[in-house]
Design a protein around this ligand. Structure first.
Ligand SMILES: Nc1ncnc2c1ncn2[C@@H]1O[C@H](COP(=O)(O)OP(=O)(O)OP(=O)(O)O)[C@@H](O)[C@H]1O
Ligand SMILES: [Mg+2]
Length: 452
């Protein structure tokens, strides 16, 4: 069943229940107040009769009582011993059905009586007759509530009509309202179906700002689509950038391989140069693909494997490895032991990326400083090399960005190192900055918050 129909049906059932309850309450209140009003009128009539008959002789009393008869009623006077002193009626059956009863105080009695196989509602009131403080008897008036019957029918009819009208209006209104409410959802479903069928990402058209949950839902959906679109664009950009980057070393390898094929090893010098070039370009491709894999894994599982890392011993290990591999002097400076909560392998990777740059782009000593303050741990890698032009610093973290492509080619860079480093640091909720002066040197600082 459609959600609109469900809402419609449920609200209608609910409205019927409410109306039923209200109808019952209205009906009973109406009956009660009307009977009460009738009874009051009859008591008033009884008072008038008592005043009228006071001091009259018996002959006159019956005649006087007759004047007070309304249609289908009786009036009687009952003595304290229960006997009827006088009785007048214009409905014999009614008077027969209801036995007279002496009452010492005012009484009203509403009951159903069957007369000639017909149910009739009869109101009986009794009021005492006193004279000079002495109880003389009581006056009893019985009257068929004819008006009430017809009024009850009219009321029932009006109530039923109103209920039917309310149900029809509720069904129509419910349809209309649920249509309005469901429109954004239907829009959303249609957009999703379109996306599913065409495979092209599409946003929901928000025509009216309703400032409700549905608008929030549509906006969230659109933001999700934006993100997906951005991710897809990033991915395809990455693929095209990566293939472009791979093209150059592959072209170099191919041309040197061709050279070797044509001239073979005849020219030893040239052959050596070709082999060297092929080797260095192949190494470059290898490094590049390693970086690609790093990036892909950062993309895939952004979750970090956090553990307690002893930063000093980690840096000492790296220092030793790099010193041995590159035969360069790396100075490590720190004061206190530093324990850091981080993904050890990833932090190691960042430090290696920075040292690798410092080694590539400088030729003298490289310094590493490890510090900590109340809020953060700071790792600085400083070199006294070629530096980076001021205007290039802001681009340095971009993928495949290299300051001087020709120069970087000699050093075998792919322009991914700093990009990867920044992403890792961002995952740790930290920051990475570079200050550099061309021809003077570069200092890269990493800030890692202690309380992530
Ligand atoms: N310490 C440094 N001194 C001078 N230039 C630097 C330094 N570090 C980075 N650069 C410049 O920034 C560019 C980007 O650095 P990044 O580490 O991202 O790439 P890369 O070193 O070229 O290649 P790789 O992906 O192999 O690290 C480098 O090409 C270089 O021009
Ligand atoms: Mg690098």
């Amino acid at each position: 069943m459609k959600i609109t129909n469900k809402i419609n049906l449920l609200t209608t059932v609910w409205i019927i229940c409410i109306l039923m309850f209200i109808n019952i309450v209205v009906f009973f209140l109406f009956m009660k107040t009307t009977v009460k009003m009738e009874a009051n009128m009859m008591f008033q009539q009884a008072e008038d009769i008592i005043k009228d008959i006071r001091g009259n002789t018996s002959n006159h009393i019956e005649n006087e009582l007759k004047d007070y008869l309304t249609s289908h009623s009786y009036i009687r006077m009952i003595l304290p011993n229960g006997k009827t002193a006088y009785e007048v009626t214009n409905d014999k059956f009614l008077a027969e059905k209801i036995k007279g009863k002496f009452a010492e105080e005012k009484q009203a009695d509403n009951r159903m009586v069957t007369i000639n196989h017909q149910e009739k509602q009869v109101l009986i009131i009794r009021t005492p007759i006193k004279q000079g403080g002495q109880m003389k008897g009581s006056l009893e008036i019985g009257e068929e509530l004819l008006g009430l019957e017809s009024r009850k029918d009219i009321l029932l009819w009006i109530l039923s009509l109103c209920t039917v009208l309310a149900v029809i209006l509720s069904l129509l209104g419910g349809r209309w309202l649920s249509g309005i409410i469901m429109r954004p959802i239907s829009n959303m479903i249609k957009t999703m179906e379109d996306i599913e069928q065409s495979g092209v990402l599409k946003k929901i058209n928000i025509q009216i700002e309703t400032k409700d949950e549905l608008e929030t839902m549509a906006k969230t959906f659109n933001r999700m689509i934006d993100r997906l679109q951005a991710n897809m664009e990033k991915q395809s950009q990455f693929v095209s950038d990566a293939s472009h980057e791979l093209k150059t070393p592959l072209t170099i390898i191919k041309s040197y391989a061709n050279l070797l094929r044509r001239h073979g090893l005849k020219n030893k010098e040239m052959a050596n140069e070709a082999i060297e070039a092929i080797h260095s370009e192949a190494t470059r491709i290898q490094k590049m693909t390693e970086h690609f894999l790093d990036l892909a894994s950062l993309e895939k599982d952004a979750a970090l494997e956090i553990s307690e890392v002893n930063l000093i011993s980690l840096c000492q290990d790296i220092q030793k490895q790099m010193k041995e591999a590159y035969k360069r002097e790396i100075l490590l400076q720190y004061r206190d032991p530093i324990i850091l909560k981080a993904d050890e392998l990833k932090i190691k990777q960042v430090i290696i990326i920075l040292l690798d740059n410092a080694i590539k782009y400088s030729s003298s000593i490289i310094e590493m400083f490890l510090e900590r303050n109340e809020y953060q741990i700071i790792i600085r890698v400083k070199d006294y090399g070629i530096g980076i032009p001021q205007e290039e610093i802001e681009n340095i973290f971009e993928r495949f960005y290299r300051v001087d492509k020709a120069r970087s080619r000699e050093t075998g860079g792919s322009g991914l190192g700093l990009h990867i480093a920044k992403r890792i640091i961002k995952l740790h909720k930290g920051d990475i900055t570079i200050s550099s002066k061309e021809g003077v040197g570069t200092e890269v600082s990493i800030y890692l918050p202690i309380d992530r």
